[in-house]
Design a protein around this ligand. Structure first.
Ligand SMILES: N[C@@H](CCC(=O)N[C@@H](CS)C(=O)NCC(=O)O)C(=O)O
Length: 229
């Protein structure tokens, strides 16, 4: 039996972030799909971790919550030799953590707000909040595009935890605010991300569930329907 169990949902962006990391680090993990709509499952999930958020990694009986902490933990204790998502050099590691935070806070957060808004009944939607979230995404696209000058991945030549955060954040964000044509570096980076084998695998595994995603009409067709292009 594997010591590691990941409680997750195949559509969840933060779960994608960790699934990508697990694949890059070459780790075997038992995966259990969580249905938080089921009161019993929700109660047992809350008993494991009181925020009720996913993903949640269990290392036997030890809960390892929060996607970024989870990735650091997996790298420290379980990564295959030679596989890494956070460099040893302290300043480079800080850069990875900084950009991981920036993608979570400035892309994932407004993207999640727009999904939450779509899930509300029409009369309860928050037009002002949605406009702010769209504005937040546009500002983030601009600073990410500037940062990418001369870089293949977020911190340079090596794919890192920051790219694990970027991939699902951008994948879903573009369904609400498409990448503007002037951000050519960001557009090229987006395509590199979608072609990365661990990202492509994670998206492949989510494909049967996309029909349940409220923003599905905006999914990039060439990634969403890869088989049909
Ligand atoms: N800071 C957390 C965020 C996790 C998060 O927001 N997860 C969402 C799914 S993408 C979730 O659990 N949503 C269900 C809920 O809030 O009830 C992390 O990095 O793991």
């Amino acid at each position: 039996m594997n010591d590691l169990t990941l409680h997750y949902h195949p559509l969840s962006s933060y779960c994608h972030k960790v699934l990508i990391a697990i694949d890059v680090l070459g780790i075997e993990v038992d995966k259990r799909i969580l249905n938080l709509g089921d009161p019993e499952e929700r109660a047992s999930h809350l008993a494991r971790w009181p925020t009720g958020k996913m993903p949640l990694l269990m290392d036997r009986l030890r809960p390892v919550p929060e996607s970024s902490i989870m990735i650091e933990y997996l790298q420290r204790h379980y990564a295959r030799p030679g596989r890494t998502l956070i460099p040893d050099a302290p300043d480079a590691a800080l850069d990875v953590r900084l950009w991981d935070r920036l993608f979570d806070l400035h892309v994932m957060t407004p993207m999640q707000a727009l999904t939450a808004d779509l899930l509300r009944p029409e009369g309860e939607r928050d037009a002002r909040g949605a406009a702010q979230a769209r504005q937040g995404l546009s500002s983030a696209y601009a600073f990410i595009d500037r940062h990418l000058a001369g870089r293949t991945w977020v911190i340079g030549d090596a794919f890192s935890m920051a790219d694990c955060a970027a991939a699902p954040a951008l994948f879903y964000a573009v369904t609400y605010v498409p990448l503007p044509p002037q951000h050519v570096r960001l557009a090229a980076y987006f395509e590199r991300l979608m072609d990365h084998p661990s990202v492509a695998l994670t998206i492949d595994q989510a494909r049967p569930y996309f029909k349940f995603y409220p923003g599905r009409d905006g999914l990039p067709r060439h990634v969403f329907d890869r088989a049909s292009v």
